[in-house]
Design a binder for this molecule. Structure first.
Ligand code: ATP
Ligand code: MG
Length: 332
């Protein structure tokens, strides 16, 4: 049966890209397929996290999920470290995946930077844990932003190799990425060639879900642009990374196509698009941020939701892990 799994890291600075590329899609999917939405704290600690902040950040993602419209009575909402099967299966997958596969992962290269010797081992093996997150539930569909496409392909390779190595054809499904649609790749407001990220050192590079109206307006006003007027729908946005990003965000937030946005703003400068975009972003994000603030005032409620979610998640992953161990040849 189809099953959805996805996750967001509790690394702070939850932003518009996370919302448009991931969380907003979760909301619709929960009614189409059985869904698990995880706060992937084991992934977060591949880069050092302040322990106190990590707890707050974990609750913040939970609050964002609920505020955006994920219903914990419909979807399973939980944090990864509460379900030990993730880490257990990740170990087995580290023994299935090949060094060569992981060596090709661009996220590791980006995040490790120049000095790879000083990156954590966990940052390198991150994609095997992500494969385990998905396959511990035999999830078939994974809604993610465009940046996670390569990791999803690795998860498919891991599933296929496991099935082959152990003569267990069809045991793990090959999970399908759900990346389509507006907002799958929101770029930095400071550099239209880099994705918007929680870990970008510049606060001006992203709109966060906790920014107030003034902060949103300021960041969009300061967003990098170019001196030319916006093109017509026919001319298109080729070669204009920053214009494409702002038009893309407008389209994703409004539900219009890029062509429709260009029909409205083509021929005008960024001075016309930016204030309209700021108003639109505030209109769409303000209800979510105020609901997030309300939820975060009651950490006890959030913790209870996560605990119930973890129990539900364990009840699915437990039997799958037991069967996996049997297949591998462990005494069970
Ligand atoms: P970090 O910099 O810590 O990796 P992040 O911004 O990449 O943070 P993640 O928690 O790694 O956020 O990703 C959560 C989800 O958000 C994933 O599905 C990812 O593909 C999606 N996502 C992240 N950044 C963007 C973006 N700029 N545009 C669209 N989707 C994004
Ligand atoms: Mg990321």
């Amino acid at each position: 049966p189809p099953r959805v799994f996805s996750g967001v890291q509790p690394t702070g600075n939850l932003h518009l890209g996370n919302y448009l590329g991931a969380i907003r899609k979760f909301v619709g999917l929960q009614h189409e397929m059985e869904s698990l939405f995880c706060i992937v704290d084991l992934h977060a600690v591949t880069v050092w996290q302040d322990p106190k902040a990590l707890k707050a950040q974990t609750r913040e993602i939970a609050a964002a999920y609920l505020a955006a419209g994920i219903d914990p009575d419909v979807a399973t909402v939980f944090h990864q470290s509460a379900v030990p099967e993730h880490a257990e299966l990740a170990w087995l997958f580290q023994c299935v995946a090949r060094m060569g596969w992981l060596n090709r992962m661009t996220q590791f290269k980006d995040k490790a930077g120049k000095d790879k010797e000083r990156a954590s081992v966990g940052l390198f093996t991150y994609p095997t844990l992500m494969a385990a997150d998905i396959l511990a539930y035999k999830a078939t569909h994974v809604p993610v932003g465009e940046d996670q496409k390569q990791h999803l392909e690795l998860a498919r390779d891991v599933a296929g190799k496991f099935n082959l190595d152990f003569g267990a054809e069809g045991f793990f499904p090959l999970p399908e990425p759900l990346i389509r649609g507006a907002g799958a790749r929101v770029m930095s407001l400071r550099d239209g060639t880099k994705k918007m990220s929680k870990s970008d050192p510049s606060d001006l590079s992203r709109i966060t879900l906790t920014d107030d109206a003034d902060a949103i307006a300021k960041k969009i006003k300061k967003a990098k642009s170019d001196p030319d007027p916006l093109p017509s729908a026919e001319d298109g946005l080729e070669g204009r990374a920053e214009a494409r990003n702002l038009v893309g965000i407008y389209a994703a937030l409004s539900g219009m196509s890029e062509a429709e946005v260009l029909t409205r703003f083509g021929g005008q400068g960024f001075a016309a698009l930016k204030p309209a975009l700021a108003d639109l972003a505030v209109e769409k994000l303000a209800p979510i941020s105020s609901e997030m603030r309300r939820l975060m005032d009651d950490p006890g409620h959030i913790d209870a939701v996560l605990k119930a979610g973890a129990e539900k998640a364990s009840s699915i992953a437990g039997p799958i892990l037991r069967e996996t161990k049997e297949i591998v040849g462990f005494l069970t």
